[in-house]
Ligand binder design. Structure first.
Ligand SMILES: Nc1ncnc2c1ncn2[C@@H]1O[C@H](COP(=O)(O)OP(=O)(O)OP(=O)(O)O)[C@@H](O)[C@H]1O
Ligand SMILES: [Mg+2]
Length: 307
């Protein structure tokens, strides 16, 4: 009898296949108090289809942006890869394995920095390394200092979050996310709360870290799945832009971005280039048209233009 060999799928950092995600939600209009029991019987919970038939394969080292209106399932999809949500149907793999909460393989960064106010900046960065069997205090300190230097905050290592601007807080959150050196980053609108100038600076800094690591001989670029509402941000940063549509949440467009790299030091210049402008225009109209598409079109591995 032959030995069963599981498909390892190592070529994909993230792999979601025919995923459906349903939530049971209770009807908020249910009456409260004495009437509640009787009413509950006749008004069962609803099933909310957050994701329907989503297939997304992301090769290692790719920078993919997820764009879509509020409620189309972007965070739900990230949560599937983080092991926070489980698919109702379909399969989800991270580097070939079932997703697990809290592993070093995945770094997850949110729009809200989530810094602990009673910890200094350095201690907040170290938080990402504090786990049973994790690195020693000295190693954590060195790593935190290295990352604070990457994000330009060495001088603030002893400050508290309340003493920082929002842009500085997001830099600390970025350092904390990078501290365990995850192979894959899930980023949920990480720069959304910033003003336009600070946002562009942070995008450039982050891209510089990502592109520099990717160019080093002994390192592989991190795989990034980056959620944003901002098409300009998606085009500046990503190799691939995926548009999701709501009701039910689904993938409608999957677009390869061929702008040359490295881009980190050229973002303002790129913004005003003819190439960028025409790409923005093309995608903008594609997204508009995509909004009228029928549900269910899926995104396959690699990159392809669907317009
Ligand atoms: N834990 C949950 N229980 C019930 N419904 C949920 C849960 N999480 C998400 N949803 C629902 O799933 C749908 C998709 O939500 P999700 O947060 O993924 O959207 P999103 O695209 O990230 O939106 P936004 O851009 O506003 O962050 C929404 O209708 C939301 O109400
Ligand atoms: Mg969200």
């Amino acid at each position: 009898m032959g030995v069963a060999v599981e498909r390892v799928g190592q070529e994909y950092a993230l792999d979601a296949e025919s995923v459906h995600l349903h939530f049971q939600v209770s009807d908020a209009s249910k009456p409260r108090g004495l009437l509640r029991r009787a009413a509950t019987k006749s008004q069962p919970d609803r099933t909310l289809v957050a994701l329907e038939d989503v297939t997304l394969r992301m090769p290692r080292g790719q920078f993919t942006a997820l764009v879509g209106t509020s409620g189309c399932g972007k965070t739900s999809l990230l949560n599937l890869f983080a092991g926070i949500n489980e698919p109702t149907y379909g399969s989800v793999r991270v580097a070939g394995r079932a997703p697990k909460r809290g592993t070093d393989e995945i770094g997850y960064m949110f729009a809200r920095d989530g810094l602990l106010p009673w910890r200094t900046v350095r201690k907040n960065v170290e938080l990402g390394l504090e786990c049973p069997g994790g690195p020693s205090a000295d190693v954590r300190k060195d790593r935190a200092e290295e990352l604070l230097s990457y994000v330009g905050l060495s001088a603030f290592d002893g400050a508290y979050p309340s003493q920082l601007s929002q842009g500085m807080r997001q830099r600390v959150a970025l350092a904390r996310t990078l501290a365990p050196d995850p192979g894959t980053l899930l980023m949920d609108e990480p720069f959304a709360a910033l003003d336009a100038g600070t946002k562009l600076r942070l995008e450039a800094e982050f891209l510089d870290i990502w592109e520099t690591a990717g160019a080093a001989e002994d390192q592989q670029a991190k795989s990034v799945l980056f959620v944003t509402h901002d098409l300009q941000e998606a085009l500046l940063l990503a190799d691939r832009v995926i548009l999701m549509l709501p009701n039910p949440g689904r993938i409608a467009l999957d677009y390869a971005i061929s702008l040359p790299r490295p881009r980190a030091r050229r973002l303002p210049e790129m913004l005003f280039s003819e190439d960028f402008r025409s790409l923005y225009e093309e995608l903008f109209h594609a997204l508009e048209e995509g909004s009228g598409e029928t549900p269910g079109s899926a995104a396959e591995g690699g990159v392809s233009s669907c317009v």
